[in-house]
Every structure is written in structure tokens, then in C-alpha cells.
Design a protein around this ligand. Sequence first.
Ligand code: NOJ
Length: 539
Amino acid sequence: MLNLWYKNAVLYCLDVDSFRDSDGDGVGDFRGLADSLDHIEALGATCIWLLPFYPSPNRDNGYDITDYYNVDPRYGTLGDFVEFMQAAQDRGLRVIVDLVVNHTSIDHPWFQASRAGDPKYKDWYVWSKDKPADAESGIVFPGVQKTTWTRDAKRGEYYFHRFYKHQADLNIDNPAVREEIERIMGFWLALGVSGFRIDAVPFLIEGLTEADGSRDPHRYLSEMRQFLAWRKAEAILLAEANIPMDEADDYFGSGDRMNLIFNFPLNQRLFLSLARREAEPVKSMLKSLPDIAHVGQWATFLRNHDEIDLGRLNDEERQEVFAAFGPEKSMQLYDRGIRRRLAPMLGGDRNRLANAFALMLALPGTPVIWSGDEIGMGDNLELKERDAVRTPMQWTAGESGGFSSAARTDLVRLPPANGPYAPLHVNAESQRMVDGALLTTVEHLIRIRRACREIGWGDYEVLDLEAPSVVGLRCRWRGGEVVTLHNLSEHPATVDLTGVVEPDKVRHLIGQETDFAEDGARCVMRLGAYGFDWMRVTG
Ligand code: NOJ
């Protein structure tokens, strides 16, 4: 019997180094995290996704690993990890971890052995005697990264790195490397994790060839999933794969590959809709999502620990989103994205933020929340590249936001020092017990969402409403039906629901001063500025 727990899960993504520091060294750790799980439990999230916490020189926030079988000493020990896992399990929280096996740090002993020509490791990375002609194409971090092939003086050859030059790509064509990847997955599964967020999946598989020399790189995704099925059937694979929709089938397979894939195209259309305050970009995207195998599911999100990637919008659309949410050059990144958190982009407007969260929770898929966004934290544009959105969790009004007892200047990354998003103004403690605060609102929304299995499990239909600023969805599952409406505009909107629902046959689950009005034979509903309404059809 398949366990599809992830279809109605709510994921909460956090970085151990910036969540809670228990020993006052300015860096978050597993003990601090274990002591702070009440926050995540109260929020209503059901699964934690941990960003990389393995030993690393930290040149790419831990996505440059030097040991896959350990915890970076700055965050604690493996023992602390197990204690944290126990604390999470005690609260019914699942944990998934980042699996970063497209590349390792060049400081990894495997790479060091490979460049020295050690027979065991010499083919663990992608080497070339000459610099390939396409070395300057396919750069992921334009403006920061210059090439994808760098010469290693010791070996006298070039090594391939899809990302920064300190992240050498593993040679996935080598069976020994694939075996090692299984060993890594097996290790963390044995410590109790419920699966993996796989980093950079399209790049991970890009070099794969079959034993007979033919190419079907996606087959490897079935192999990974099979391994999981043998070791821990309920464990999941969540793919970081910014792919066009016509490739979705290759990644989901017939339900035998990835369980979840981040819906990057939908995320970009969502921001276009928010920028225009118009439903159309989201609606047309939802209408064009391909049918996927029932066990597969999209992962939906507002923001994450990277920039918002707007690369799938056309130039004009991208400029519209830049103009609305990242007008200054310092807010933009890699010629394609915005390095800001959600709250400042939406002007700190609590109603607009609640609307965005509600909409994200109403979309077909499994919602993923980036830690700190639930309290409306701001960014720090003085930090480099994507670090701007990775500031420490703001627990209290203190100078260091209650994240650490260390002085502000000793913190792993600096929270905004002043202005409306400084810990003094934005922190979990001041919102925790306050009705209508963003935190308690998001908590409430998550509770309702979890009770609406129609959204997580069922089929959806995009309602053709005339109001241009309203996204209307109807989800059905096992005879149940939920209708959701979200007004993206700062102006009230009137929605004609004649033939969609009957006023005396619905129960409002959440709504903002909304109600039906009779208008002749028509049944209309008025949504306030950024208003939203969720209704269960009672029949
Ligand atoms: C995607 C991660 O989300 C990002 O933070 C990282 O820099 C790259 N993959 C490379 O690992």
C-alpha cells in the first residue's frame, strides 16, 4: 500500500546555521533547532526540509560539501542530529534533507584524490585534457561565475563545474559514484529522514549515458526511487528541477520517479500575477499544467533561499516583475532574478501577504514555506548575492533577534539593523499570541489547508470568473468540494458565482468580511482589497 503522506503535507524549509544558536557562537545549531520545534509545530507544518548541514567550507552556503556522512562541527555532532530527529518525531514532524550530489566541494577528499590521479578516484569527476569549446556557455551564476571548465594545475586537466568553480561536478556516469550516492541516501535514511530534496536534478543527470552508450538520463531517477522503495518505502524525492512543462513526464515518470517537483514555472507566473494584480498569468499556467501520475505532486512556494528565478518569463514580463518587486539594481541578481524576501516585495502589507499565503496554499500541490516568511521578515541587501534572503530567524525584539546571545556583529549573517524589518519590529514573539498578526494568520491558513484534503489530494478546476483580479479554483476529492477565491487587487472585486456555488450550500472556511449578495437571479460575492474566501460545498 502506497503512503502518499506528502500530498497533504506542509513543508517548512530552514537553514540550521541561521535558525537558533544554542551556544552563543553566533551560528545556529542542532541543539538550538531541537529547542525551537514548538514554533514549527504551532505553525502547523508537517515536514521540515533542512538545507545542507554537512561539513563544508561554506563558499555556497553548504552546497559545497566535503563529507556526506557528517554534520558540520559548527552545527553540532551526529549525536545532536539524532537528538533533533527524536525531538521532531516526538512532535510528529517528518524531516527531509538536501541531497547535493551533482557536485562536491573541491576541498572534498575525493576531489583531492582525483586531481592527484589516485586510481580509485581518478574518474569520479568530469575531466578533459583540453578546454571544451562550450566552456563559456550554460553558466548558472552570470556575473559571478566566468566559466564551467577550470584548469587544475596539479592534474594538468580541466574539470567541469556547472556551478561555481569550487564545486566540481561528480562523474555520475561512473557506477562507483552512483553506488556512493546510494550509500549516502542509505545513511541518512537509517538516521530517520523521510526523504531528500535533490539539488540541481537536471544537471545531476545531464551527463548520463546507458551502458550501451545510448542516452536516457531520466532512467536514473527511477533507479534512485527504486533504491528508496527497498530501503524505506514511504521516503520521498523532491526534485529541484526548473524544467519546462513538457519535460515533467520525464521527471515524474509513471509515478516511479520523483514524488515532488518544485513548480518553478508556476512560481514565476504567480509573481507576474502579483505584479499586475491580475489573475490571468496564474490561471493560464494552471490550465496548462500537464496531467501527472497520481502519486506525483507539484511543490508550490512563494520564496525560497535563492533568488526568485524569472528566467521563464519573456523580457517584458520580467521587467514588469522587476519594476514591481525589485526596481533597484541591488535587488536583482544573475540577470534573471530578485534577491528579496516576500514581505518587503509586497510592501509589508499584512493583508496582501495573507492573500499571497492563502493563494499559495490553495494552489494544486504541496506548499513549501521559507523560514522567516511566516512572520514577514525582511532581507538584508548589504549581504552578498543570495545571502540577502538568508538572514537569521527573528525570534524576539533584541538586537540579535533572539537568534543568538552573541553580539550582532558576530552573527553568521546580519539581520537588518534598522528600518521596518529589524527584529524590533518583526519577530515571532510579538506576533505569537496576537489575533490577526501575520504569524497567527498563516498558522490558521495552514490548519484549514490541511483539513482541505481536496486541495492536496484531489483534482482542480480553474474557474472562469469575469473579475480579472480574482483567481478562483474548485478542488474535488472523494465527493468533497472546496472552492477558493483570491482577489489580487487593492480594489474590491465582485465575483459572479451563479452556477458555481449556491449560497445556502456552502460553509465558509476562511474569508475576509465577504458574503453573498442577491442581485436579481445572480449570486454575487464581494471580495475586499486582497480579500479571499474558501468555501466547502455542503451539498
Ligand atoms: C540549488 C541551490 O538551491 C542553490 O542554493 C545552490 O547554489 C545550487 N543549487 C548549487 O548547489
